[in-house]
Design a binder for this molecule. Structure first.
Ligand SMILES: Nc1ncnc2c1ncn2[C@@H]1O[C@H](COP(=O)(O)OP(=O)(O)O)[C@@H](O)[C@H]1O
Ligand SMILES: [Mg+2]
Length: 386
């Protein structure tokens, strides 16, 4: 766990570059710090391994104020990956990766084994790459080596300062995937600095949006997308960004919350009247106080009945698929496509009816991305990055 408590920083001769930054990164989580160039991201990150000292405030790692720790020891237990990779050009890949274990006097054969393991973890064939020099590698491969090196001492914490910014989009995306993959296995505590919102959304458990030395919002990617704290965050996120992460668009956000229902035991005539009044040709059937969902009745089926005084109970169709409120728009589309089902009741785990997704309600949601109005209130967002 990393805790920033009320951190301020003033470089000599500079205005305050960090102004009371407080937030906590839980153990095993990946947190991105995002903001425009110059907002203080790197300064904040370099405080964790004590390359920069706060002017005020404290940083705690697993409850300990790092101010009281030996900086060399601290750094050896924190992986550090930067954009420029920083491999030593005259050393082989293996030597670069093992630089700290060697300084810590690891046994030679153990180091060899560890190096192979690390290269494999980052997707490089050890036999092929161990004895190469950095200049013989592509940018993406060098950055893989940089990550392997950061993992060499098996640190709990990894600091990554725009590690993929210099890579082409394809390489970048494949390194992001690799990092996600590593993270699901290793659960490191990762502080990841980026200026790319797509990257932050893809990788992070939480995102810390900064502006001019202050934290504007610290939240999950889903909440940053759905409930930006203010105009600046929403402009930083940009319009329609959520559509590149449709898994964040939940059924509970898009469902019709008060679909037409009828109780079990209702007679057929009254049910047909209800449909007419509501201008619908189906009703959802529920039972009891807790609105337990039972199935659907359709006008077509009811109209075929000669005796309209009988209860609807026998005509309920409960064969359709249902959605849970926490499922997402992609799940809904799948059911519609694969099962040709136009109406999907939304039912809680306990079995209560929560809402309804229909083909036309979904279409309305889908069309929003093409018709949403872009508000123009953001003079400050046009700020030029340095
Ligand atoms: N060593 C330094 N001395 C003086 N000013 C610095 C130093 N490092 C950074 N700054 C200034 O602090 C501000 C924040 O920089 P930085 O933390 O690098 O931002 P970011 O990583 O978000 O681009 C900038 O205005 C930068 O010019
Ligand atoms: Mg920076």
């Amino acid at each position: 766990m990393i805790e920033f408590k009320d951190i301020t920083k003033t470089y000599q001769g500079n205005a305050e570059v960090l102004k009371g930054v407080s937030f906590t990164i839980e153990s095993g989580k990946l947190v991105s710090v995002i903001g425009r160039s110059g907002c203080g991201k790197t300064t904040l990150l370099r405080m964790v391994n004590r390359l920069v000292k706060p002017s005020q405030g404290h940083i705690f790692v697993d409850g300990k104020d790092i101010d009281g720790l030996d900086p060399i020891r601290l750094r050896r237990n924190i992986g550090y990956v930067i954009q420029q990779v920083g491999l030593f050009p005259h050393m082989t890949v293996a030597k670069n990766i093992m630089i700290i274990p060697k300084a810590e006097h690891f046994a030679k054969d153990k180091m060899d084994e560890r190096c192979r393991q690390l290269l494999t973890m980052v997707g490089l064939d050890p036999d092929k790459y161990m004895n190469r020099y950095p200049s013989e590698l592509s940018g993406g491969q060098q950055q893989r080596v940089g990550i392997a090196r950061a993992l060499a001492m098996d640190p709990k914490i990894i600091l990554m300062d725009e590690p993929f910014s210099a890579l082409d989009p394809l390489t970048r995306s494949s390194l992001q995937d690799q990092l996600l993959d590593l993270q699901t296995k290793m659960h490191k505590t990762i502080l990841f600095v980026t200026h790319d919102m797509d990257e932050a959304i893809k990788l992070s458990d939480k995102i810390c949006v900064m502006r001019k030395g202050k934290v504007l919002q610290y939240d999950t990617p889903e909440n940053i997308l759905k409930n930006p704290a203010n105009q600046y965050v929403s402009e930083f996120v940009g319009p329609n960004r959520i559509w590149s992460s449709p898994e964040f668009i939940k059924v509970r956000d898009i469902m019709i919350k008060d679909p037409r229902v009828t109780k079990i035991g209702q007679d057929t005539r009254r049910a047909l009247e209800k449909m007419r009044e509501g201008r619908v040709d189906t009703l959802l059937v529920v039972d009891g106080e807790d609105n337990r969902y039972l199935g659907i009745i359709s006008a077509n089926r009811l109209r075929q009945q000669p005796d309209l005084s009988v209860p609807i109970d026998k005509f309920i169709d409960s064969s359709g698929k249902v959605l849970r409120p926490g499922e997402n728009i992609v799940d809904a589309l799948k059911i519609m496509n694969e099962h040709g089902q136009h109406l999907i009741p939304v039912v809680t785990k306990a079995g209560s009816l929560a809402g309804l997704v229909t083909r036309s309600s979904l279409l309305t949601v889908l069309s929003q991305q093409y018709f949403s109005v872009e508000e123009d209130g953001g003079h400050e967002s046009k700020e030029v990055t340095k």
